[in-house]
Design a binder for this molecule. Structure first.
Ligand code: AMP
Ligand code: MG
Length: 400
């Protein structure tokens, strides 16, 4: 077996993978289909939002100055000039010494600049006794205060959340421009691999990585295209990769990424294009390949599913983000380590941890075990410069 003589750091690998990301293409989609898509163009408010001064409480629209000094003992007394209906085009004008009942969200009439909560007022016939003073603007959202007309409400590059979708709706964006879903070809290679529906015979294992990688890219807004299991044979792998390249924007090949002579992925990428990186100072995940062919990224992932997943998180995530013209967004949490973790200097380690009550416990396991993936909640990254982490240290956990 030849050695990994030119292993690069994780940050160099990330740089390399971002450089080869094909630029995104864009499409317009109805807002209801835009969840988790990456916004390609800013969304601005088409009009002032809200379009009128409105009350945030059920109560009475008043001129704040007329409630100065009001108290339980000496309430301010105002004349009630009727009720404001929801959605009414004109809330009218309130004359001095008067007020008008306004429901939550109702428009403030001219002559008023605040709302008194119904709990702080008492209506007796046509008179309203106000027991507490209100300041100008209290319990009111003014026209354009939320989003002024033309103001950017959502910035390009944002991964649209349910909250964003609601805001886009409020500012009139019934269609939004988003990055097209990149098509990611997925190939698993290995003579020992059988389909999930099959029962593995002696020496065989089920193809977990196609599903693992497919789900990962789906979660990141991509469209996986599955090319199935390919035997460890150069010509067959070459054919599969070439066909995936024709149909997709990038290709992930799992297995065969090491430097054994039976490992074909690097050789196939070299025949079709160029290998840029072969080997990353990363554990698990060293046997990783970054290459291009026909201007498209071809990535070789390690065969062990847990290693493949770490490479997806630590490196491939950056490719997928760049293909959407956005940045990697990670959910992280800080936790205290309950055990020492040793690490080799010069290599970035990703340790799976389980979390409970703010404590992170490393989930160690023999290389290749799948159960560590379900027994952990995330990863702790140990930088290449570190020789390990000590019990009691506060660490950042990248949540799965
Ligand atoms: P390789 O990277 O091809 O040397 O494979 C390393 C280990 O990962 C071997 O034990 C393989 O059986 C296993 N492996 C490779 N591909 C897959 C896959 N698609 N699903 C599950 N395990 C795999
Ligand atoms: Mg193999």
């Amino acid at each position: 077996m030849s050695l990994f003589l030119e292993v690069v750091s994780v940050s160099e690998a990330v740089e390399a993978i971002r450089r080869i990301a094909p630029p995104p293409r864009y499409e317009e989609v109805p807002l209801e289909d835009a969840l988790h898509r990456v916004l390609a163009r800013d969304v601005a408010a088409d009009i002032d939002i809200p379009g009128f001064d409105r009350s945030t409480v059920d109560g009475y629209a008043v001129a704040a100055a007329e409630t100065t000094g009001a108290s339980e003992a000496i309430p301010a007394m105002l004349r009630c000039q009727g009720r404001i209906g929801m959605g009414s085009a004109d809330a009218g004008t309130v004359s001095p010494g008067s007020c008008r009942y306004v429901p939550t969200g109702g428009a403030l009439p001219r002559g008023t600049d605040a709302a008194v909560m119904i709990e702080h007022a008492e209506q007796i016939g046509d008179d309203v006794l106000v027991h507490r003073p209100v300041a100008p603007g209290e319990n009111v959202v003014f026209r354009g205060e939320d989003f002024a007309a033309g103001k950017t409400a959502l910035t390009r590059g944002r991964v649209l959340s349910p909250r964003d979708i609601g805001v886009a709706a409020a500012v009139g964006a019934d269609r939004v421009s988003v990055a097209k879903r990149p098509r990611i070809g997925i190939i698993s290679t290995g003579n020992e691999l059988v389909a999930v529906a099959d029962t593995p015979g002696p020496g065989e294992v089920r193809d977990a990585n196609s599903y693992l990688a497919g789900a990962f890219v789906t979660e990141r807004g991509c469209h996986p295209v599955y090319f199935g299991i390919v035997r460890d044979e150069r010509s067959m792998l070459k054919k599969a990769v070439a066909s995936a390249l024709e149909q997709c924007d990038a290709v992930l090949v799992s297995g065969g990424s090491s430097k054994d002579e039976r490992d074909n992925t690097a050789a196939v990428i070299t025949e079709l294009g160029e290998v840029l990186v072969h080997g990353i100072a990363l554990a698990p995940g060293k046997p990783t390949i970054i290459g291009t062919a026909g201007g498209k990224p071809v990535i070789g992932l390690p065969g062990h599913p847990a290693s493949a997943y770490v490479v997806l998180v630590a490196v491939v995530d950056y490719l997928l983000a760049a293909m959407h013209d956005t940045t990697v967004s990670r959910r992280t949490i800080r936790a205290r380590l309950v055990q020492n973790i040793s690490s080799t200097r010069g290599r970035e380690d990703y340790v799976r941890v389980s979390l409970k009550n703010g404590e992170a416990t490393p989930v160690f396991g023999k290389s290749g075990l799948l159960n560590t993936l379900v027994q952990s909640e995330g990863l702790v990254r140990i930088p290449a410069s570190s020789e390990g982490l000590e019990v009691g240290e506060e660490v950042e956990v990248i949540l799965w």
